[in-house]
Design a protein around this ligand. Structure first.
Ligand code: GRF
Length: 197
């Protein structure tokens, strides 16, 4: 029996596509739902084209009622039977209500080498700091923003003249490698950190 995985997105969903594509054959997981807070998220259409069930819970309808929004998310996720949750460019801050419900079974990908640059604008901040390398991190989600045990990281060198956009594009290539690799290991019970150079 494979483990049903829900993937939460807010945008184009390129990481989601790689995760869905990876979950075939002898992979321990299967994508059971792609869920977005934005009914217009481009990734929803991509998921449908891959034959994956989709749902949208528009956060704007809840007018700041975060608990109400999260309860609606939980009801979609649990109805789909998901056991593991992958946040993949899901741009809503989650409260302890949601995080507690999926404690120990929710992953996130963040575009920096955590613990550096939690939050937004990670690439611009790495460039402004004069860093020589950037990268991405897959970690377990805990109550603190972009915190939680690190499961894997991939490093990307920063080149002279890099812009945040150019760097983001190079980091994304590594995100697409790292996230499927870490998910597969996570579903197989492996918690040891991996590091891609
Ligand atoms: C990725 O860069 C990820 O690191 C960040 O949001 C972006 C989502 O991109 N959390 P996509 O929707 O997977 O293309």
């Amino acid at each position: 029996m494979s483990i049903p995985v829900a993937i939460l997105i807010s945008g184009g969903g390129s990481n989601m596509v790689r995760l869905v594509e990876s979950m075939t054959g002898d992979h321990p997981g299967r994508a059971c739902l792609v869920l977005s807070n934005d009914p217009a998220a481009g990734g929803l259409q991509k998921a449908r084209e891959m034959g994956i069930a989709t749902a949208a819970v528009d956060h704007r309808a809840f007018k700041g009622d975060r608990e109400g929004f999260e309860k609606a998310l939980i009801s979609e996720i649990d109805r789909a039977g998901a056991q593991v949750i992958c946040l993949a460019g899901f741009m809503r801050i989650l409260t302890p209500l949601f995080i507690g419900h999926y404690a120990g079974r929710m992953l996130n990908i963040h575009p920096s080498l955590l613990p550096k640059y939690r939050g937004l604008d990670t690439h611009a901040r790495a460039l402004a700091a004069g860093d020589s390398e950037a990268g991405c991190t897959v970690h377990e989600v805990t109550a603190e923003l972009d915190d939680g045990p690190i499961l894997g990281q991939a490093v990307v060198p920063i080149r002279p003249g890099d812009t945040p956009e150019a760097l983001a594009a190079r980091v994304q290539v590594r995100e697409h490698e790292l996230y499927p690799l870490v998910l597969r290991r996570f579903l197989s019970g492996e918690r040891e950190r991996i590091f891609l150079n």
